[in-house]
Design a protein around this ligand. Structure first.
Ligand SMILES: *Cc1c(COP(=O)(O)O)cnc(C)c1O
Length: 353
């Protein structure tokens, strides 16, 4: 079991000793009416001012909403920013490694590649559950600093077992990053409750999916305050722009009712799309999903992909990924979008017969 000191010892030495850039707005606290400290324009208020570098007001609202203290919240330009910052903070290029299950979200590997950090993969079992023994063994190899887990997993849509996640938290000796981008669409509560017990746990959440706000780029990392302080030290000073902060505030002030209605509607659509897909002859398997997409195995996914594309319907081809032969990942859209998808598939089915 790791302490926060054990975790901070995993940081790259240059990051541990880093003295961060101190912006004008960092150094000033208190009330003032004349701001001549940041070389901003006096014109074009309010956008003439740099945004709050630590997004205090927004974090207060997120804290009220989640019950997580503001000191345990990092806000990023999408959760992708947090993924990159974690790799840059912990992994020495050419030396340290990250570990991911396979298949999973592509950004973990891409961020590792960009940073010159090796990415080790352990295959999920064929039902997409975690091979806990193999993951644990790989996570205990020297140089493995971060383990990325995604639950519900993209592209398979299943939840990872809490027991398996706990095992890695307890025994890996690494930071475990649990990406819960899709947790709002699942029956699970997510693992926020584990934050108190595990200083090596980082949970990623995003406004990009259930909240319908992919365009404003706002994601978050939840973790021990000392780990959050590291991310704040490494990030660009003004990483969340004023327009995104303001819009997110407005949305959170409105409350979660609208979001919850959207989620219910997507869950209803997911169920009916699942049923309709099972009536299609070319469909071999629809995998159970806890997310806002369905992984679907076709008899010939490349034929279906091309035919859909020709008719202006774009889905995600996952057929080259482990255990995903002939699989397409289909986002649950609006009733009209899902209707168009189904009509197109039915036409194809009859042409084939
Ligand atoms: C879509 C997605 C995200 C969201 O990333 P943002 O940068 O917050 O938009 C994160 N993780 C996974 C697994 C995703 O599929």
């Amino acid at each position: 079991m790791d302490t926060i000191a054990d975790i901070l010892a995993l940081l790259r030495p240059n990051i541990r000793s880093l003295k961060p850039y101190s912006s004008a707005r960092h150094e000033f606290t208190g009330e003032a009416s004349v701001f001549l400290d940041a070389n901003e324009s006096p014109f074009n208020a309010p956008l003439n001012r740099y945004p709050d570098p630590l997004q205090e007001e927004l974090k207060e609202h997120i804290s009220n909403y989640t019950g997580i203290d503001t000191s345990s919240i990092f806000l990023g330009n999408g959760s992708d920013e947090a993924i990159d910052l974690l790799i840059r903070s912990f992994c020495e290029p050419g030396q340290d490694r990250i570990l991911i299950p396979e298949p999973t979200y592509g950004m973990y590997q891409v961020c590792a590649d960009i940073n010159g950090v090796e990415c080790n993969k352990v295959g999920l079992n064929s039902d997409f559950s975690m091979n806990t023994e193999a993951m644990l063994a790989a996570s205990q190899e020297p140089g493995c600093k971060l383990v990325f887990l995604c639950s519900p997993n993209n592209p398979s849509g299943n939840l990872l077992e809490t027991g398996a996640i706990r095992t890695l938290l307890e025994e890996s000796g690494s930071v475990v990053v649990l990406d819960e981008a899709y947790v709002d669409f699942s029956s699970a509560r997510g693992c926020m409750d584990l934050l108190e017990d595990f200083p090596n746990l980082v949970i990623l959440r995003t406004l990009s999916k259930a909240w319908g706000l992919a365009g404003i780029r706002l994601g978050m990392a939840l973790a021990h305050p000392e780990l959050i302080a590291i991310l704040n030290k490494v990030k660009y000073p003004y990483n969340i722009n004023s327009l995104s902060q303001e819009h997110a505030l407005k949305v959170l002030l409105k409350g979660k009712e609208e979001k919850e209605a959207w989620v219910s509607s997507i869950l209803e659509e997911r169920l009916s799309l699942e049923k309709s897909l099972r009536t299609i002859n070319m469909v071999e398997e629809v995998f159970p999903s806890h997310a806002n997409f369905l992984l679907v195995r076709f008899l010939d996914s490349s034929l279906v992909f091309k035919a859909l594309k020709q008719r202006g319907v774009i889905v995600r081809d996952r057929s080259t990924q482990l255990h995903c032969e002939n699989c397409l990942r289909i986002t649950v859209g609006s009733p009209a979008e899902n209707g168009t998808l189904m009509e197109t598939l039915k036409q194809l089915d009859t042409i084939k017969e």
